[in-house]
Design a protein. Sequence first.
Length: 368
Amino acid sequence: MTHLLRGLYLLALPVLSMALGSGAPAAKDDAFRPSFHPETLKGPPPGAPNDVLVLGTAHLSGLPESFKPEMAVPVVARLAAWRPTAIATEDLSGLQCDSLRRYPMRYAATVKDYCADPTAAGLATGLDVPAANAEAERLLAAWPATPAAAERRHLAAIFLAAGERASALVQWLRLPEGERHAGDGLNDALVAALEKLKSRRNETTLIAAPLAAKLGLERVWSVDDHTADSDDGAEQEAAGAAMMRAWDNPASAQRTAQDAQLHAGLSAPDGLLAILRAYNAPGAAQLVYRSDFGAAFVEPSPQAFGRRYLAYWETRNLRMVANIRDVLGRKPGTRMLAIVGASHKGYYEAYLDQMHDVRLVDAMTVLK
């Protein structure tokens, strides 16, 4: 059900009109509140803090045809000036996809929509997904300061077999153009796949991977999570109708009008930057909540479709943030850029702010 509902919402947003108000019920005055507040216990730690900049973005694949890949170049330049040392993207890891494939009754649609097939790279390298991930970790642990082109081609092949296409693209982009050819585990089909991936209209391929290559990073981190997805076929029609009614509200109409205005100006030199500024502005997360998740919270169906959808959404974001926190723990003092769909941004920042060893950075300071 949750898998379907997110798709329905993305399709419905451009045409929703002003109708019902939405919001969440207020907490009772006598509700229990914990006395422990981890967000107030920020150290300071010895050494550099973990800084995290959450960049909420439109999914570039959903922008109108007026969007061109070169429009991402000014965004990459601004983000590069912040000099992140790690980049997290809204992609499923190869290891999670490998796990989801083992439970097709629940995750078949998720795998189809979000998981690339690593079979060809696995055959080329002789490694399945877990073995390829282990090999990538082994290689990076002893990675030379100036790797040979053959080493980069080999690591790109290993990343493809690991289900980490974005990191494979980072290695590909770090090669001089004359060295982007088959060999060292990459066959002609895998080379063609990397060349095709390079030009996809996607924030991972047009922003995250080029930025990582520009900064001299060796990989990006896939932190999305879809283990809360479900496919309750018998209830899909009723759930879809209930949620479409919930999403038909004034906040959704406001978002639709804002997007129409932003899309109309997309061809301007800073058109994509204007979208990012709007999506990362103060108040943007609250508007998303009123439009989407707050409306779901008070959706009145007897089956509690809205509350079930909200549970999926909160679970997904908690697990995504846990993946980010895991990456930060590998090397304390990391400057993390987390690129994610704008609807996640408020939840990312709220959950990350609870972590003792995380200091949030305002994305507007980079986008201004």
